[in-house]
Ligand binder design. Structure first.
Ligand code: CAA
Length: 254
């Protein structure tokens, strides 16, 4: 499928998605969201892609496209929603990193929140300014932000609409790392993750994601079943054998 608003690259086993609508600071429109869904679908099935990075050229994304939303009624707003796409990214069975420069606002920050790992540089401005438009974050922000940084700080960001810089985002736990070059650092992190056993990574991600949504007993049980199933993989044998033989493991995803 040809892409108009994103571009896809592969670097070794890392897939890189660049948001590409620079004239609108990468504001997310319907087509862009559909393109993201398509890209993630393609790379889910691609064994050569073990990790995905989402980034933007100068800016990450300044939110949903306000021009598109102006005259929406509630029905149209529901149809425009990014929920499905961001849930797909959150549940993607491989690690997804956000490399953030410049603005990550509104739906742009919510896209980064759906990722597993966020790396920003010092140009980053992260915020949920929707309140200033007469709405509030509607692409998972009210759920994912408080889980990540706690309700008090999430309310501060959502009620005030004020963006924060990368240093504060690091202090809040909103980003994992503050780097000189967000994309370069994300590529290094992706290479490290690409060397890990893919099935164990996938199961660990599922366990962590599900733990928020199911009760503790079920989460424990789910973890046990998933953990035990690792022992059906070649990678488990390889990882433990390599430890005993004092060498680096070679994981194949089998
Ligand atoms: N939607 C549509 N266009 C946008 C946009 C957005 N979210 N953000 C920026 N743009 C456009 C601007 O309209 C402008 O276009 P023109 O050159 O054609 O006028 C261009 O990008 C450059 O923007 P600015 O001139 O405003 O650049 P700036 O450096 O002065 O300001 C900014 C940058 C502070 C990010 C400012 O653009 C801004 O406040 N943008 C809106 C941020 C926002 O409110 N995001 C939330 C959107 S709602 C949402 O995301 C809903 C949800 O929960 C899913």
């Amino acid at each position: 499928m040809p892409y108009d608003f994103i571009s896809l690259d592969k670097l070794e086993k890392t897939g890189i998605i660049r948001l590409q609508r620079p004239a609108a600071l990468n504001a997310l429109n319907h087509q862009m969201i559909k393109e993201l869904e398509q890209a993630f679908m393609e790379w889910e099935a691609d064994e050569n892609v073990r990790v995905v990075i989402i980034t933007g050229e100068k800016n990450f994304a300044a939110g949903a496209d306000i021009n598109d939303m102006l005259d929406f009624d509630p029905e149209q707003a529901r149809a425009f929603s990014f929920h499905q796409c961001f849930a797909q990214i959150e549940a993607f069975p491989k690690p997804v990193l956000a490399a953030i420069s410049g603005f990550a606002l509104g739906g742009g920050l919510e896209l980064a929140l759906a990722c597993d790992w966020r790396i920003a540089d010092k140009t980053a401005r992260l915020g949920l300014p929707e309140i200033n438009l007469g709405i509030f974050p509607g692409a998972g922000g009210t759920l994912r932000l408080p889980r990540l940084i706690g309700a008090a700080r999430a309310k501060e960001m959502i009620f005030s609409g004020r963006p924060i810089n990368a240093q504060k985002a690091l202090e809040y736990g909103l980003i994992n790392e503050l780097a000189d070059d967000a994309l370069a650092e994300a590529i290094q992190t992706a290479e490290m993750l690409a060397s890990k056993p893919p099935i164990a990574l996938k199961l660990a991600k599922q366990c962590i994601n599900q733990a928020f949504d199911i009760d503790g007993m079920k989460a424990n049980h789910f973890e046990l079943i998933a953990w035990a199933s690792c022992f059906a993989t070649r990678d488990q044998k390889e990882g433990m054998k390599a430890f005993i033989e004092k060498r680096k493991p070679e994981f194949t995803g089998t």
